[in-house]
Design a protein around this ligand. Structure first.
Ligand SMILES: N[C@@H](CCC(=O)N[C@@H](CS)C(=O)NCC(=O)O)C(=O)O
Length: 225
């Protein structure tokens, strides 16, 4: 049976969701973040050397990195669903979004999380104003303009059909859900971009998304990276 090594409040929620969309049976092995560091527990390193989630094990294979997991699941269990036909321009666009989600959209969001944590981290009182100043400057000069650039781009792309590829839901929408949920949670979006808010509302209403939430447990991406 396929196993999802699931870290609470993490990207592996996305894998549970795709498995629910595909109707593939799976079991969940749960891992809890350290409440102070928010890092995964060391047991996850026994599954994959980096000890990050998601990781899946299936048929003797261990697969990490959410984009690779999505490609594997669609290739093995998709039966033509949730991805455009190989060799088409739509497939190239689909591949683009699978990579863009982690390669381009997530880095500024991760930096934002780090900047927010620096500003609120415990430290000697005399260091606090300096740390806050550095975090604020980093946000104002780099992180926030980058987020604006990416979110404006995503807004434009999504406004064509409401999905990332073509007229229908694909696994690219699953892969892009996490950066958009993270942007809403920590990027201060709060529904300010109607296209993105509408996309999130549509995906959250999908029965498979709801089932994945029930199986995965609490999902509060504010808490982690
Ligand atoms: N690009 C990787 C990122 C994996 C990643 O950083 N996962 C986070 C959870 S969202 C994690 O495991 N954090 C805990 C840690 O680094 O110990 C992917 O998409 O799979």
């Amino acid at each position: 049976m396929l196993t999802v090594h699931h870290l609470n409040n993490s990207r592996s929620q996305r894998v549970l969701w795709l498995l629910e969309e595909l109707g593939v049976p799976y079991e969940i092995k749960r891992y809890e973040r350290d409440p102070k560091t928010m890092l995964a527990p060391p047991e996850l390193r026994a599954v994959h050397p980096l000890g990050k989630s998601p990781v899946i094990t299936d048929d003797g294979l261990t697969i990490a990195e959410s984009g690779a997991i999505v490609e594997y699941l669609i290739g093995k269990y998709g039966e033509g669903r949730f991805a455009p036909a190989p060799g088409t321009p739509e497939r190239l666009r689909y591949t683009y979004w699978l990579h863009y989600a982690e390669g381009s959209a997530m880095p500024p969001l991760l930096l934002k999380l780090v900047a927010l944590r620096i500003a609120s981290a415990p430290m000697p009182f005399f260091a606090r104003p300096i740390a806050r100043k550095i975090a604020a400057t980093l946000q104002a000069s780099f992180i926030d303009p980058q987020l604006k650039l990416h979110l404006g781009y995503i807004d434009k792309e999504l406004s064509v059909t409401g999905w990332f590829v073509g007229n229908d839901f694909t696994a690219a929408d699953v892969q892009m859900s996490f950066p958009l949920e993270a942007a809403t949670a920590r990027g201060g979006l709060n529904g300010q971009i109607p296209t993105i808010a509408g996309f999130l509302k549509r995906i959250h209403a999908r029965p498979a998304y709801q089932r994945a939430l029930e199986r995965g447990g609490r999902y509060d991406i504010l808490g982690g990276d």
